[in-house]
Design a protein around this ligand. Structure first.
Ligand code: NAD
Length: 291
């Protein structure tokens, strides 16, 4: 039968994007979060983003309505138990993810595949705490999910071939491209991207450049579509810090030391776009650098 239904845990910026593309590809989607506010916002955003796709003639009004009709939301994790595939996309903290899988296990069908959208946490370790490490994988989407083409598929040590193939089929049905990565800290994209972002924060911290000059330098000098600090705000500074900590702890190399200024922004609750302030202040008409 293959995978027909997808349960998504966490309705933040990644969860809502994953729900959007899954429903559009014809999967039944159940989205869960601990916050009703996050669920309500997620459905509103999906509606808005689908409407934008209609106005750009990428999808029809009927396709939009059908996709919205396939998405349901719940505060009860147990209601995801009957899904064929779970994609966990909650906050990047290992204790949170472990607790989610622990709570979910008693409600699952034996054949359900478990995956995590984690940017950096060990898939093997998350899998080992479940009753089905062979049916556990990393399913790592890029942000914004409806726009970005890549999905990293990460096998844990125990992941079996049917599980990998089933996930690969989902990636293809979503119209995306899979890259297979081994289960080492931060996998491929973030192993390369995050040290660059962290270095940009050090460049700011040491006074080598301002927010504006650093971002402009990388856009105009290296042809990056976004500056590294702008990109950090877009990803979320808490997520960036969490990934640097995983690289630092997991590879035990001081070159991955998170910049103290990144830590300071997170301590201030200035997490980037999602809190309206990070390296830029987004509360006005145009983003204004905060340093
Ligand atoms: P976010 O902060 O936007 O959303 C996280 C959501 O998880 C929130 O709505 C929160 O209420 C919810 N949550 C927290 N604890 C929960 C629980 N116990 N049960 C259910 N929901 C819970 O974060 P995000 O940027 O969407 O990141 C989510 C995951 O995706 C992380 O693992 C992150 O590393 C990964 N990721 C993020 C990006 C990115 O660019 N932001 C890219 C790829 C992967």
């Amino acid at each position: 039968m293959g995978i027909q239904s997808i349960g998504i845990v966490g309705a933040g910026q990644m969860g809502n994007g994953i729900a959007h593309v899954s429903a559009l590809a014809g999967y039944d989607v159940v989205m869960n979060d601990v916050s009703q506010d996050s669920l309500t916002k997620a459905v509103g955003l999906i509606d808005k983003n689908l409407t934008r796709q209609v106005s750009r003639e990428k999808i029809s009004e009927d396709e939009k309505n059908a996709a919205l009709g396939r998405i349901s939301t719940t505060l009860k994790l147990a209601e995801l138990g009957q899904c064929d595939l779970i994609i966990e996309a909650a906050t990047e903290r290992e204790t949170i993810k472990q607790a989610i899988f622990e709570d979910l296990l008693p409600h699952l069908k034996p054949e359900t595949i478990l995956t995590s959208n984690t940017s950096s946490i060990s898939i093997t370790r998350l899998a080992s705490r479940t009753d089905r490490p062979e049916k556990f994988m990393g399913f790592h989407f890029m942000n914004p999910v409806p726009v970005m083409q890549l999905v990293e598929l990460i096998r844990g040590i125990a992941t079996d071939e049917p599980t990998f193939k089933a996930c690969l089929e989902v990636v293809e049905r979503l119209g995306k491209t899979a890259a297979s990565a081994e289960d080492f800290p931060a996998f491929i994209v973030n192993r390369i991207l995050m040290p660059m972002i962290n270095e940009a924060v050090y460049t700011l911290y040491e006074g080598v450049g301002s927010v504006k000059s650093i971002d402009e330098s990388m856009k105009l000098g290296a042809n990056h579509p976004m500056g590294p600090l702008e990109l950090a705000d877009f990803i979320g500074l808490d997520t960036c810090l969490a990934i640097m900590n995983v690289l630092h702890d997991g590879l035990a190399d001081t070159k991955y030391r998170p910049c103290p200024l990144l830590t300071k922004y997170v301590e201030a609750g200035w997490l980037g776009r999602k809190t309206d302030r990070g390296f830029y202040d987004y509360r006005g008409e145009v983003p204004v650098p905060t340093r």
